[in-house]
Design a protein around this ligand. Sequence first.
Ligand code: SF4
Length: 332
Amino acid sequence: MKPALYSEKLTENKVQCKLCPHNCKINDGKTGICLVRKNINGELFSENYGKVCSIAFDPIEKKPLYHFYPGSIILSIGSVGCNLKCKFCQNWEISQTSVKNYPYLKDYSLTEILNIALENKQNTGIAYTYNEPTVWYEFMLDIAKQAKKNKLKNVIVTNGFINKEPLKEIINYMDAFSVDLKAFTEEFYQKYTSSKLEPVKETIKFIKGSGKHLELTNLVITDLNDNEQTFSKMIDWIAGEIGKNTVFHISRYYPTYKMNNPATSKSTLLKLYEIAKKKLNYVYLGNIRTGEGQNTFCENCRNLVVTREGYFTDSKGLDDEGCCVYCKQKIM
Ligand code: SF4
């Protein structure tokens, strides 16, 4: 437990949290929508500070990040809580609970996490993932500062629903962002995630403007966000605002949590993949085995430069600077 950043005291012992666009006004003794920021006697606290639900070395491709140190491993850590209420959440056991209601959390100090990260010489850095890391803001920020000093890379896997000021602060310490762009209508965001699309678009634009590495993921859910016209609009926006070299992951949905729609069909995924590929140079298919949907082809000479099979990555077609060995095009 630690005092929360980005909070403001209100009258009658209330506090307002200004970490994300919900801007919750929280009564004494209550938590915000994310379930992990609590008003105690008129002061806001981060309840999940130092509380870890999972810690593991993962392939960086699992985040998913395909153009950031391909084939490397990264220490991945997460806690409980989320500021969204996605009915299709694949990690709902940890995202939709609180410190009090999740008995498997372990306490870690900053130093313990850093030591684990530094002891493994193969490790690239630290990824804040599993639950929504922005609602673990204070712990993430403290670790990220130390990790940076120790030349570790910081990676965040996020829904992008964060206010501009905290984003501006954390971005100084982050090296790569994997952002979930869940759909491209306000209606979807409101109905199925209890949040809003516009702030997520703002976050994506801001990250792009910062020059930090950015990859986007879209989970395609049968009958909910698989409309070709809406999908095309999203791709047009990405190509226009973020750029045609944006790395874009199309991910297959499977029924989970409160969502019973059937798993996304392979034909739908392939159709959307073709639509995306017309405008973007680096499109990948995730959560499904396909012939070439995980491989990287050079945008210039079209040669195969990275082959991926499950989490095995072979980047023989890239030189040490991340350029294509055939034509020297910069890829990563
Ligand atoms: S981070 Fe949590 S408490 Fe703060 S505004 Fe967002 S949902 Fe509310």
